[in-house]
Design a protein around this ligand. Structure first.
Ligand code: SF4
Length: 365
């Protein structure tokens, strides 16, 4: 995967930070600009033909003024969710998937920011750990970005894995669509880091996932980190209900289980394509020729467009069946689906987010 950047903008106050120094040493000809105030670089450049795409190519090294760790923004009383905490060390992503919710979420401030003071998050995590009452917490960095897409430039993963290796009740989840794992090979996670890959069939990868590693490369990378002592998990999300989807998603699972022993998988999640009306407008304007983005959908009670419930439930059931027949005994959950859909797929009420969260951090294999 080639990280393509037009410019790197460094806030003067971060000039001497370890992160800025690492990036400078590896920038390899990318123009560098120093500014006192990064705000003008962060906002969308409305004169650009595709302001969001232009912003992805402008990396901004700045400081985060607020806290780093929050509850997953997708969590709500309407969904049967997984009790996840999000640690935002960057904002926006150098890849460009058609369906990415960041296109709406970061529309006004899309500059690709990474935070030089990311180590401050470790104090927050230590405080959280002390107040967690013995519960294990899963903390992910892949909510507003891809956890590993720029790791070759920043090596942030090394500090993260080493910090979590010293914890007993905190588990790190690095979520990615890349095969950028070389830094991970240099550190011992001591069982406290889980790397999860979002997987799509080749048809979706080719049509909708610009700049990502191919599904085959993602699965091969998963095998390498598993062998190096990391836990692994997989998200089939978004599942897109195009003609032939069931065959393609089943073939994807076969390829996964040919490489990764099902009993070594820590958990899996499934989630259907969902878009708010605003995101759907943006997607159809930025990617008018992506056939994956124009399937028939209906407005769900939560205000998002999704495939018809019977179609989603049918796909979920078929994939659930294939996953269990392969011998995956670890948790399988649905992302951003209501309890009613959970019941139709699994035949049971969903576990509470806290209970499911606890399950997801248990060691397997
Ligand atoms: S890899 Fe994830 S964060 Fe990056 S563009 Fe794709 S969906 Fe968005």
């Amino acid at each position: 995967m080639k990280l393509e950047l037009d410019a790197i903008v460094i806030e003067e106050a971060c000039r001497e930070s370890a992160l800025a120094r690492r990036i400078l040493a590896r920038a390899d000809g990318i123009p560098i600009d120093y500014v006192a105030d990064t705000r003008a670089s962060i906002v969308a450049d409305r004169s650009a033909r595709d302001a969001f795409a232009a912003a992805k190519r402008r990396m901004i090294v700045t400081s985060k003024r607020g806290g780093f760790v929050i509850a997953c923004p997708a969590a709500s009383s309407k969904f049967a969710c997984c009790g996840y905490l999000v640690m935002n060390l960057a904002s926006n992503c150098p890849m460009d998937c058609s369906y990415c919710f960041l296109q709406e979420y970061l529309a006004d401030n899309p500059g690709f920011r990474i935070y030089a003071n990311y180590a401050d998050a470790f104090d927050e995590l230590e405080r959280l750990s002390r107040t967690a009452g013995g519960r294990s917490l899963r903390i992910g960095t892949g909510e507003l970005t891809d956890s590993l897409a720029f790791d070759r430039l920043t090596s942030v993963s090394v500090d993260l894995v080493e910090f979590f290796a010293r914890q007993s009740s905190l588990v790190l989840e690095l979520k990615t669509k890349t095969d950028e794992i070389e830094n991970l090979m240099r550190v011992d996670p001591r069982g406290q880091t889980l790397v999860s890959w979002t997987l799509s069939p080749d048809a979706v990868f080719r049509s909708s996932e610009r700049g990502t590693a191919s599904p085959a490369l993602r699965i091969a990378a998963a095998r390498r980190v598993l062998d190096a002592g990391y836990r692994v998990a997989f998200h089939l999300d978004p599942i897109i209900a195009y003609p032939g989807a069931q065959t393609d998603y089943t073939a994807l699972l076969e390829a996964l289980f040919d490489t990764i022993a099902p009993e070594r998988i820590s958990f899996m999640s499934l989630g259907g394509l969902r878009m708010t009306p605003a995101l759907r407008r943006i997607v159809r304007s930025r990617f008018p020729n992506d056939p994956m983005m124009v399937g028939e959908d209906v407005l769900s009670p939560d205000g998002r467009f999704r495939a018809f419930a019977p179609l989603r439930v049918g796909l979920y059931r078929a994939l659930h069946d294939r996953i269990r027949r392969a011998g995956v005994v670890s948790p399988l959950y649905l992302c951003m689906e209501p309890p009613s859909v959970h019941e139709r797929v699994f035949g049971t009420r969903p576990a509470s987010p806290g209970a499911l969260g606890e399950c997801l951090v248990q060691e397997r294999g």
